[in-house]
Design a protein around this ligand. Structure first.
Ligand SMILES: Nc1nc2c(c(=O)[nH]1)N[C@H]1C(S)=C(S)[C@@H](COP(=O)(O)O)O[C@H]1N2
Ligand SMILES: [Mo]
Length: 256
């Protein structure tokens, strides 16, 4: 049940994130409906982002590890199979038909095949993934730098965010999605990964393509990415907060 899952996550979250989220998660419907409360929340979130960006500038690199540090087991979390017929057919043909649409506020929208992505210069990085549910794992990711793809489509000046649309839906039919600032897309460690520990991504870990946005929490690492949409605001996308979990109260800026 999605509700139970959400509640479970909320329990975990309490110890790990800031006061702003705590208030959002407290389930005070009367508060969230009042006019001043969301305003305070937004200010608190912006403050978090500003403070974090000041402490670790956007171009700072996430720590990279050595081969010996790779976790024997990298857990799979959240949705571990999109479960749709379309997806299963893709999986059966080794995702040979998979492509990613990059559109929205760009000069040249494009649809790029997984095969073409794999032919582009790749980056490999060994990093630590931190989930708010209280686990971490170190994995070796290989993929295409997102910046290289964006340079092909040329975002328009008013594009502020990249929204990652995923192939999976929850029990209620709500699609998973995530987003990041366009500037962060050009960070050298921001990649659309197709390999984990030297093997093609498996279904539980987001096959065939998932985002690695290092220096941000696990829920930002969108799996099953099928579309990257550049936008000026989140209005009209999901619940309007920039991500599946953000729509349920998680912070949009999940810097670590
Ligand atoms: N599409 C999609 N992406 C997702 C999720 C999800 O449920 N669906 N869960 C997120 C969470 S909470 C975590 S911790 C990581 C887990 O990635 P893993 O399954 O490779 O460990 O994926 C993130 N990305
Ligand atoms: Mo997570």
């Amino acid at each position: 049940m999605k509700h139970e899952r959400a509640m479970k996550r909320r329990g975990f979250l309490k110890g790990t994130v800031g006061a702003a989220s705590l208030m959002a998660l407290a389930g005070c419907d009367n508060l969230t409906q009042s006019t001043w409360f969301p305003g305070i929340l937004n200010k608190a979130e912006k403050l978090t982002e500003r403070v974090q960006r000041a402490v670790t500038p956007a171009n700072a690199m996430a720590k990279e590890y050595g081969e010996a540090d790779i976790s024997a087991l990298f857990p799979a979390n959240g949705n571990t199979d999109p479960g749709t017929q379309d997806y299963h057919e893709m999986a059966r043909s080794n995702f040979s038909g998979w492509d990613v649409t990059i559109d929205g506020l760009v000069t040249t929208p494009m649809m790029v095949s997984l095969a073409a992505i794999k032919e582009m210069p790749a980056r490999t990085q060994i990093t630590r993934h931190d989930c708010v549910e209280g686990w971490s794992a170190i994995g070796k990711w290989t993929g295409v730098p997102l910046g290289d793809l964006l340079r092909k489509v040329q975002p328009l000046p008013n594009a502020k965010y990249a929204v990652f649309h995923c192939a999976d839906v929850d029990d209620e039919g709500i699609s998973y999605y995530e987003s990041m600032a366009v500037a962060d897309c050009y960070h050298p460690q921001t990649i659309l990964a197709y390999e984990l520990n030297g093997q093609p991504l498996d279904v539980p870990h987001g096959a065939p393509l998932r985002l690695r946005f290092e220096r941000q929490l696990g829920y930002k690492q969108a799996k099953y990415v099928e579309r990257v949409e550049l936008v000026e605001s989140f209005e009209g996308i999901g619940g309007g907060k920039g991500g599946y979990w953000e729509d349920q109260g998680y912070e949009w800026y999940a810097g670590i």
